[in-house]
Design a protein around this ligand. Sequence first.
Ligand code: DLZ
Length: 167
Amino acid sequence: MATSLKNLSDYDPSNVADASNMTFGIVVAEWNDEVTFALLEGAKNSLLKHGAKPENILIEYVPGAFELTLGAHLILEKTQVDAAIILGCVIQGETRHFDFICQGVAQGITTLNINHSKPVIFGLLTTDTKQQPLDRSGGKHGNKGDEAAITAIKMVSLTNSYQPEAF
Ligand code: DLZ
């Protein structure tokens, strides 16, 4: 579904676990910081709203989206966080740089999920115009940071409770 058909900040709070015993690492790209810092505000506020303790939210900054994968890897390797969230914004330019960055981050984050067996949440806006990320970082389509935080809580809850039924 296109995000223009769904508000990124809309969700059913009754489906979200209490996060008071959960720990999170958030990695934020500094490129397009008007957008990424707004994503960070959304993510932090959503985690706190569901009980996460401020001291259990670790925040790290990296220069650009391409560095998000290593930033998340370092947090997962060197701390005990239950989940990592990456936040970034890549805007299509005149060259193919956009494609390489988006592809690299998507592949990198997928690999981290598997290698660390912990949720690494993909809070990367990949947009054609400068207006689209503004609409998705606290604008008319909500905030991708909220969505990433709620996804992180749900995935930590799933990871902690996962008990496959015997066949
Ligand atoms: C170089 C670059 C470009 C052109 N565009 C963006 C962007 O829209 N969003 C973003 O987060 N980063 C961009 N970067 C920087 C790269 O992600 C990376 O930091 C550099 O290529 C250095 O590795």
